[in-house]
Design a protein around this ligand. Structure first.
Ligand code: NAD
Length: 357
């Protein structure tokens, strides 16, 4: 029986994770599967209770589980803490590093019934179906950082470091993914300015020789961000550095109608971590306004990637599609009209559709 560790975290994390559990339980009933759920503290909630955003007990449970489902962490309450105790720096980044989750996979797919919710014109966005593969344990977020006083003035330094092996590892994963899809890989860098990007481009080009069936193109990150809104359908798989990927995936997410639609899987180590691409949304937390679909779709990725339950994963995606087709919308998707539902009602509807098939 697969052991799933639930880490609801902070803000809307507490509201969306239970909805993904409903979906997994519905999968269990329909396909005669059993999942074992355990829950642990992470983020600001963990800091309040145990004095650290990533308690040792949580890390241990993560390492012992078969997969992890995370809600979101962070919020204004914890922003004044010393950096190493803040939820993202103190929990999320070390967790990724400790579990060796070097690749973050974020599919950005436009569900046909959400075409009017996209900020782009229907004819531009129709058919958008891309995946961003973001390097997750290197790059600007992980390089040495410091603050110092130079000539009486304060300065801060972040460093963007990549070893060739780290680029090969993420590159290979992206090429393999592209090979299973439409066979186009866009490698995104800033090779006209950054030395790390020049190495990135050289390594990707070299690796491309092993994948002659995959078309490899290189784009500068500024151009890529523009191309995403100009013609998102030109992309199949995008592979990029940690910070570039963080920014580009937020952009890609909103093209699908809402950031509440974007699921993600962080893989590479023995245990994979699944989470929506958004944060803890403190502005709507505790109000049942959060869209739980990104978390539910993250659970579908878990079924696919960690448990090889492909039919079950498709059942979750089909249920999401069906609920959207029926016109049900959380507030973030209401700008194009529909029947407004709460977070929990959306979760109930998806679970119902999964069970009836
Ligand atoms: P955010 O993603 O939390 O929110 C951005 C906007 O999107 C807000 O208006 C919010 O209401 C909306 N939104 C996000 N998710 C939504 C959902 N499921 N349904 C409906 N609307 C949704 O980003 P932020 O405001 O920059 O950050 C808030 C906190 O979250 C910060 O503390 C930040 O550090 C943290 N954060 C955590 C993660 C993570 O846990 N992986 C990722 C990003 C940000």
């Amino acid at each position: 029986m697969p052991k799933i560790l639930l880490l609801p975290g902070d803000g809307i994390g507490q509201e969306i994770v239970p909805e993904a559990v409903k979906a997994l339980e519905a999968v269990g009933k329909r396909f005669n599967r059993s999942f074992q759920f355990q829950e642990a503290l992470i983020g600001g909630t963990a800091y309040d209770e145990c004095g650290h955003p990533l308690p040792e007990s949580t890390l241990k449970l993560c390492q012992e589980s078969d997969a992890i489902l995370l809600g979101a962490i962070g919020g204004p309450k914890w922003e004044q803490l010393p950096v190493h105790l803040r939820p993202e720096m103190g929990a999320l980044l070390p967790l990724r590093k400790k579990l060796r989750l070097y690749a973050n996979i974020r599919p950005a797919v436009l569900f046909p019934d959400l075409i009017a919710a996209s900020p782009l014109k229907p004819e531009v966005v129709q058919g958008m179906d891309l995946i961003v593969v973001r390097e997750l344990t290197g790059g600007l977020y992980f390089g040495p950082k410091k603050r110092e006083i130079v000539d009486g003035e304060e300065q801060a330094i972040d460093t963007l470091v990549y070893r060739a092996g780290e680029i090969i590892r993420i590159g290979r994963l992206a090429f393999e993914l592209a090979r299973k899809r439409r066979k186009k890989l866009t490698s995104v860098d800033k090779a006209n300015v950054l030395a790390s990007s020049r190495l990135w481009r050289e390594v990707m080009t070299e690796l491309g020789r092993e994948y002659p069936d995959v078309e490899l193109e290189h784009l500068y990150v500024d151009n890529c961000s523009m191309q995403l809104v100009r013609k998102p359908t030109q992309f199949d798989v995008i592979v990029t550095e940690n910070t570039f990927g963080d920014i580009l995936t937020d952009e890609a997410s909103v093209l699908t109608g809402s950031i509440g639609m974007l699921a993600s899987a962080s893989i590479g180590g023995e245990v994979a971590l699944y989470e929506p691409a958004h944060g803890s949304a403190p502005d709507i937390a505790g109000q049942q306004k959060a869209n739980p679909l990104a978390t539910i779709l993250s659970a579908a990725l878990m079924l696919d990637i960690s448990f090889n339950m492909h039919q079950e994963a498709r059942a979750v995606e089909d249920a999401v599609r069906a609920v959207l087709k029926e016109g049900y919308r959380t507030p973030d998707l209401m700008h194009s009209g529909g029947k407004e539902v709460t977070t929990a009602q959306m979760g109930d509807l998806v679970a119902e559709y999964i069970q009836k098939g």
